[in-house]
Design a protein around this ligand. Sequence first.
Ligand code: SF4
Length: 158
Amino acid sequence: MAFLKRSPWILHYDASSCNGCDIEVLACLTPLYDVERFGIINTGNPKHADILMITGGINEQNREVVKNIYEQMPEPKVVVAIGVCAASGGIFRECYNIVGGVDKVIPVDVYVPGCAARPEMIIDGVVTALGILEEKREKMTGAAQTKESARRAAGEST
Ligand code: SF4
């Protein structure tokens, strides 16, 4: 199977943020920061998403939702945790219902620091995520080609 290069699709999920980081994510889509110049498309469907951007920490209510979103995304996929809440629970980490950062429930590839994370840092995180996504795509393509070569070799020898 070939993993075609195409515009990366991003899904943004607000776990339990104060909305400070969400406002900065929205700012990235405005003409001032114009994150779409990287060919990125915003999607609301996890089945179409390559990159999951999460703001806010994980709590008892959203932990299963976050896992579910992640599991619906096709491989290869990259997760970007935006802001200190997504990294560790941030200022809410001592709250009774907070589990912690996003990596308590799913693997995180990129951490964007800040409270709130600044648009420039978010864009930097997205660019890093694009590089990781490409690496993962190449690995999958290489693995698929190796498997196909082995299959053909086995077919030729029988
Ligand atoms: S990191 Fe700061 S701005 Fe972002 S969700 Fe947490 S408290 Fe709000």
